[in-house]
Each structure stands twice: as C-alpha cells, then as structure tokens.
Design a protein around this ligand. Structure first.
Ligand SMILES: *Cc1c(COP(=O)(O)O)cnc(C)c1O
Length: 346
C-alpha cells in the first residue's frame, strides 16, 4: 500500500460511505446511481482535498515547514480544507485567493471564505488573471528571506503527492464494491485541477480494474484538461508506482456543462442541486458537484446508460460553497416568503 511507503497523516474519516440514490435513479428512469460520500471525509464539512492533504501536509512536516502557502479561487474548498488541517497541525497558512467565481453579494463574506477566516488563515484576495504560481513562489521567497520555512501546495493540491490520496481512494472504492458484489460500470465526478481524476486513474490501473472514469469539467475545455489529467497521472505513477502505465485512452473529460466559466452558475446546475436536495436530502455544491451532476443527469436523459448499469457519482464535497450562492439558486428571503404565501401559511 502507498500509505506504507509515503508519509501520511490519518485525519479523514475513511472509508467514506458508498450509498445508492434510489429515488433519484427512479426519477431519472435510467441506471442505478450510487454516491461515494467524500463530502463526509470529516474535516470542516468534508471534501476531496482532505485525502490529498493527508499526504501533502505529511510531506510539509517531513520538510520541517512552519508555514504553508496555497492558492485557489475566493470560494475555494481546497483552501478551506487546508486551513482546517493546518489549524489542527498548528501550522500557519497563507491563502492567496484569485478573485474569480460568481458575484453574489455574500460572495466575499460567506461560505468557504468565512471558514478560512474562522481557521485564522491569512487570506489575500488578488485580481482575476494573476499568475498564482508566480505569486506563491514570490511569497515563499519573501517568507524564506524572513527566516521562515514555507511549504507550497499548488491549487487544488494537485501534484503527484496529493494525487496519492486518490490512488488510495480508488482501492477503497474497489474494496467496497467487491464486498457488496457490485460491478461498477462508470465513475463520474467533477474535475478541476485534475488531481482527483489522475489519482483515480492510477489507482484503478494499479489494481488492473480499469473502470471507466468520466471527469466533468468545471472550467477548462476538454482537450486542455485531458492533457493535464494525463500529465499528473503519469507523474504520480512515476513517483509512486513506476510499474503502472496510464492508458491515455482512459483519460475522459466532458466539458459541456461548464456554462460561462468556473464558478458561474448554470440553469442545469441549479436544477441538479435542487433535485438532489429535494429527492435525496443531499447537499451538492454550485461550483463542482452541481455541474457534474447536471452532466450525469443530461447523459442519462440522453439515453447514454442502460438501466441495468451501476454508475458511481463521486461526491467531492463543496457544500460550504452553497452559502455564497443564495441568489443564484433563487433562494433569497423574498423567494421563501413567496413559497409560504403559496402554501397559505404566510
Ligand atoms: C477541488 C474540488 C473538485 C475537483 O478536484 P480536482 O482534484 O481539483 O480536480 C471537485 N469537487 C470539489 C467540491 C472540489 O472542492
């Protein structure tokens, strides 16, 4: 196992549950949809970054870091999980946040950014289009000059070390499925900085169980993102499992559900978030899982999956972001009162 050979801090609540979404499956009339609950990884409302940070922050401690630098968008789930993990380890976090995403009035007060501040991360918001990699490097240089020992985690924690979390996660899912006698026909998940998909592909290849994986892009166009997934997958294999080769054909991204851009709401996302909330009591998020679920729903409605199939939707977390998008979801105070009036209880 990877975790025997690479330092890892065991913080995530694992294994995360694998559950059927029977009401949603029946409503869509297609395949049986299962959900892999990485929204339940346990740290500060959960999410997929905890698995990556178990390896990244173990590496930071090995490097004797006393401060961590990371980057993301204003409502980054990765930054929120890093802030919580650093708090737990007593490490300072400098969070460089690119001003992209939506422009709801609560955007810079609520959701993940509010939690970053609660965890005492030092947040700095910079204009959209800033070269975040260069800014991280310059920030690290300045801290080093001041006698500190910084450790830089890239956006989304997506590099060969972070992806190890999803190499292990793939094995976790295969073990769960085997124990339930479940054959998984496809895994669908949102893909952004590509580390999750890269790790899953390496993990599945390592077990010689090449379950098809579809990454639904939340920002980048298909070809660009497929190239990034492949590059990180190859780096990860070279770093940890040199005997594993990643088949470029296995790298599949669908970028049809991005809409206007990263963090910009779409009608299909709003429908997916509401549908899953109202028929399963489950929280998705506006930036990642809402768009990925919109993609899965559209593919099922287009008849691309036989009813006999089992599809795993990998829930990567993000529900804290909901609180920064009330207007996009049409759930402002006024909308609520309209609902009450309709029921005759206002
Ligand atoms: C970061 C994130 C993703 C994307 O994972 P990557 O490894 O960056 O591709 C998906 N969903 C949520 C909720 C995230 O925070």
């Amino acid at each position: 196992m990877i975790s025997d050979r690479f330092p890892r801090l065991r913080v995530a609540h694992l294994p995360t549950p694998l559950e059927p979404l029977d009401r949603l499956s029946a409503l869509l009339g297609g395949p049986r949809i299962w959900i892999k609950r990485d929204d339940c990884t346990g740290l500060a409302t959960g999410g997929n970054k905890v698995r990556k940070l178990e390896f990244l922050l173990a590496d930071a401690l090995r490097a004797k870091a006393d401060v961590v630098i990371t980057t993301g968008a204003v409502q980054s789930n990765h930054v929120r999980q890093t802030a919580a993990f650093c708090a737990k380890l007593g490490l300072e976090l400098v969070a460089l946040l690119e001003d992209r995403g939506a422009c709801d009035p609560t955007f810079k007060r609520s959701g993940n950014l509010f939690l970053d501040r609660l965890f005492a991360a030092q947040t700095r918001i910079v204009p959209a289009g800033t070269d975040m990699r260069a800014l991280s490097a310059a920030t690290a240089e300045a801290l080093r000059a001041a006698g500190r020992q910084p450790y830089v985690i890239p956006t989304g924690g997506s590099n060969a070390i972070g992806a190890l979390g999803y190499v292990e996660a793939a094995a976790e899912l295969l073990d769960q499925a085997a124990a339930m006698d479940l054959t998984i026909d496809e895994i669908v998940h949102p893909t952004g900085s590509a580390g999750t998909q890269a790790g899953l592909l390496v993990g599945l290849a390592a077990r010689r169980q090449p379950v098809p994986v579809l990454g639904v892009s939340v920002g980048k166009p298909r070809q660009e993102l497929e190239a990034i997934v492949l590059a990180i997958a190859q780096e990860t294999a070279a770093y940890a499992l040199p005997e594993v080769t990643v088949d470029p054909q296995a790298v599949r991204v669908d970028s049809d559900y991005v809409g206007e851009g990263y963090g910009q709401p779409t009608t299909a996302m709003v429908e997916a978030v509401k549908l899953v909330a109202r028929c399963e009591g489950l929280l998705l998020d506006p930036v990642y899982t809402g768009k990925a679920m919109a993609g899965l729903i559209a593919r099922i409605r287009a008849g691309r999956h036989a009813a006999s199939r089992n599809i795993v939707f990998w829930h990567t977390g993000g529900s804290a972001g909901l609180f920064a998008y009330p207007a996009a979801l049409g759930l402002t105070a006024e909308a609520e009162e309209t609902g009450a009036t309709a029921l005759g209880i206002a």
